[in-house]
Ligand binder design. Structure first.
Ligand code: FE2
Ligand code: FE2
Ligand code: FE2
Length: 165
């Protein structure tokens, strides 16, 4: 691996994190009534997304949709079977309740993502009807089709779910 490949990977990680950090900061600025600062955070976040996607494409990691779904399945499976179980054990050892709650939500949802991607890969077609998706704003639980009354992971009412366009 060349130094530039390492650099692209580091830059992709950094820009991706900056994007999400700025969106979290924008939401906080909005809550505090700083609308100009909120908008600047959103503008910079959009630019960091452009940088992150440029780096990812330069890495050659955006392939065909079938290959991309396979990559997504591998990533979700790793998170659900190795990464989050390890992190949960660490959080239990540290008695870090916030980390534990956050990791548990993610673990539950990555399993769902792996299943949804697996199903999507099997049925991959340009002519298939497009199902609706809903996301729980508290735990990220991802529903395909019609959403139940409450989130099965965190019990949030479905009126708060985000419908994906
Ligand atoms: Fe950037
Ligand atoms: Fe996921
Ligand atoms: Fe939830």
């Amino acid at each position: 691996m060349t130094k530039s490949i390492d650099d692209l990977k580091a830059a992709f990680a950094g820009e991706s994190q900056a994007n999400r950090r700025y969106l979290a900061f924008a939401k906080k600025a909005e809550d505090e009534g700083y609308l100009q600062a909120a908008k600047l955070f959103r503008a910079a976040a959009a630019a960091e997304t452009v940088h992150a996607l440029n780096h990812l494409r330069a890495l050659g990691e955006v392939k065909s949709t079938a290959e991309n779904i396979q990559a997504a399945i591998r990533g979700e499976n790793y998170e659900a079977t190795v990464m989050y179980p390890d992190f949960i054990a660490d959080a239990e050892k540290d008695q870090d309740k916030k980390a534990l709650a956050s990791f548990r939500y993610a673990l539950a949802v990555e399993k769902v993502h792996e299943a949804l991607y697996t199903k999507a890969l099997e049925a991959l077609s340009k002519d298939a009807p497009v199902a609706e998706y809903y996301v729980c704003p508290i735990c990220g639980y991802t529903f395909e089709g019609s959403a139940p009354d409450r989130c099965p992971v965190c019990n949030t009412p479905s009126t708060r779910f985000e419908k994906i366009s």
